[in-house]
Write a protein that binds this ligand. Structure first.
Ligand code: HEM
Length: 499
């Protein structure tokens, strides 16, 4: 037998033995799931690259039950007890394949950091994302919403009936606004999308989730991963390094300037000056983490707000209730503040429902069971198993939420189950996750969502443009692909100044 035949034989024996082990002897062998997914991680990764993984995982939960095996060493849960069993524990880290650093970068970011570095980062960043800091950011948030309103006013033209109206892609305008806000708060300077009415070229680079997904897939195969520096196109690396370099420059300029307002850099500088040297964040760590914050704190909000518009436009009556609540609470635009909006029941219900139907992160939140093993939703598991709550499946499950596909802000008004919505499992609703790896920017997210939606609805009457384009756009939320987050289509809206 020649060398090649022997090598092929050895490979075949290896894979057959591994398949038999995975199917019959692996500690997770008793859990149900599709045959190929139990044999290999590949089917899950392929479905992920097709942009339909959360939808497919939901189908699998519907078929196989609440706890299923979606990889040889991975379990997916729709049982809501899994949230409290997994995420409050800081030793449940993201599996390394799911949290990478950009190529060539030494410093960690919050997503890639090992336990101790992650704790140090969270401690340093906590003051910058506290309730108090969020209140201090409100004038900055308002400044960009005011710019948005000016831009939307410019789209209005006389319609012949003595009114003014316009048509705009609200998805794009929301994206400009959220990026400008987070750019200003994190790098001391907006991306000037609202001023230039153009998407800043960096945004496309930062939102290249498909490329990030490919990198994640490659990370599952160590031999391929080792080749990454050689196979990544130089043009892609150059674009990324250009963004990183600009971030460095902006942070440097921001540090050297006299800040007129509080922002993330002001808080980090204050923290670094007050703590022992080992606890500080280095310059490179600040650069990497502000980049993470820019990505995490922009397009997530665009998704939630675009989603809210999708559904409100489809359900005029609910848009009417929201407008009435906002317009009857305030006497003028100037009176609208974050603190007052926090107390508006229907506004908050609309946003919760948007987070349920259009969750900015619909994919599973994977974690690795730490040393010593753990019990998740009553299942005792050994160290090293990947576990995750299947976010989309939970939010779309009729046993957690009655009429799960309906847009029903009313379900949130009772604080629990009601006659119309008997199934309402608040323990399955963590759109920001929880615990030490949960969303850092949750307070800021609520402030921005409330302010942007309320100020838009205060000033304008929105409807779908006449003709099929508008209806098609609003109907199609679920037809969009998911590459970690939704690949959002433009959403054309008809706008009139409210009378
Ligand atoms: C509606 C808007 C938002 C939603 C639904 C959301 C949701 C989430 C979720 C589910 C996670 C956990 C991800 C995981 O476990 O892998 C997360 C993490 C994170 N979010 Fe948000 N987020 C939003 C807005 C924001 C904003 C405005 C910021 C910052 C300005 C932000 C910053 C972060 C950061 C830095 C992390 C990583 C935290 C860590 O690993 O320690 N997010 N977010």
């Amino acid at each position: 037998m020649g060398f090649v035949q022997a090598a092929v034989g050895a490979i075949v024996v290896y894979f057959v033995t591994k398949a038999i082990y995975n199917l019959y002897f692996h500690p997770l062998s008793r859990y149900p799931g599709p045959l190929l997914w139990r044999l290999s991680q590949l089917p899950q990764l392929v479905v992920m690259l097709q942009g339909v993984l959360p939808f497919r995982i939901k189908e699998l939960h519907d078929k196989y039950g609440d706890v299923i095996r979606v990889g040889p060493n991975e379990l997916s849960f729709v049982d809501s007890r899994a949230w409290k069993d997994i995420y409050p524990r800081k030793d449940f880290l993201r599996p390394p394949q799911w949290g990478a650093r950009p190529p060539g970068v030494e410093a960690h970011n919050l997503i890639s950091a090992p336990l101790e570095i992650h704790s140090r980062f969270r401690k340093a960043l906590a003051p910058a994302f506290s309730e108090k800091a969020t209140q201090e950011y409100e004038p900055t948030v308002r400044k960009y919403i005011d710019k948005l309103l000016v831009r939307l006013d410019e789209t209005l033209k006389p319609d012949g009936d003595g009114n003014e109206e316009g048509v705009a892609d609200i998805f794009q305008w929301l994206n400009f606004t959220t990026f400008d806000i987070i750019g200003d708060l994190s790098w001391g300077r907006a991306f000037h999308c609202l001023d230039s009415t153009k998407e800043h070229p960096f945004i496309a680079v930062l939102l290249h989730f498909k490329v990030a997904l490919i990198a994640t897939v490659i990370k599952h195969f160590p031999a391929l991963d080792a080749l990454m520096p050689y196979i990544t196109p130089a043009s892609a690396l150059n674009m990324l390094h250009n963004v990183i370099k600009t971030g460095q420059q902006r942070i440097q300029e921001r540090k050297e300037s006299v800040a007129e307002k509080k922002d993330v850099i002001a808080y980090l500088t204050q923290y670094n000056e007050s703590c022992v040297p080992e606890a500080r964040m280095t310059d490179e760590e600040i650069e990497q983490n502000t980049l993470t914050i820019i990505v995490a704190g922009s397009e997530t909000l665009t998704t939630a707000l675009t989603g809210a518009f999708h559904y409100l436009l489809m359900e005029n009556e609910k848009l009417g209730i929201l407008s009435e609540e906002i317009r009857s609470t305030f006497g003028s635009e100037e009176q609208i503040t974050g603190a007052k909006l926090a107390g508006l029941p229907y506004l908050n219900a609309v946003l919760s429902e948007a987070l349920r139907l259009c969750p900015p992160l619909p994919d599973s939140l994977r974690r690795r069971v730490p040393k010593g093993g753990a019990t998740i939703a009553g299942h005792t598991l050994h160290e090293g198993v990947t576990v995750a709550t299947a976010c989309w499946s939970q939010l779309q499950s009729a046993s957690h939420f009655s009429e799960p596909e309906s847009f029903a802000p009313e379900r949130w008004l009772h604080g629990g189950p009601s006659k119309t919505f008997p199934n309402h499992d608040a323990k399955a609703f963590y759109p920001f996750s929880l615990g030490p790896h949960g969303c850092l920017g949750q307070s800021l997210a609520w402030l921005e969502m409330r302010m942007i939606l309320a100020l838009l609805v205060w000033r304008y009457d929105f409807s779908l443009p006449l003709g099929s384009a508008g209806e098609k756009a609003a109907n199609g939320w679920r037809a969009q692909k998911i590459y970690w987050t939704w690949e959002k289509a433009p959403l054309l809206v008809r706008i009139r100044r409210a009378t």
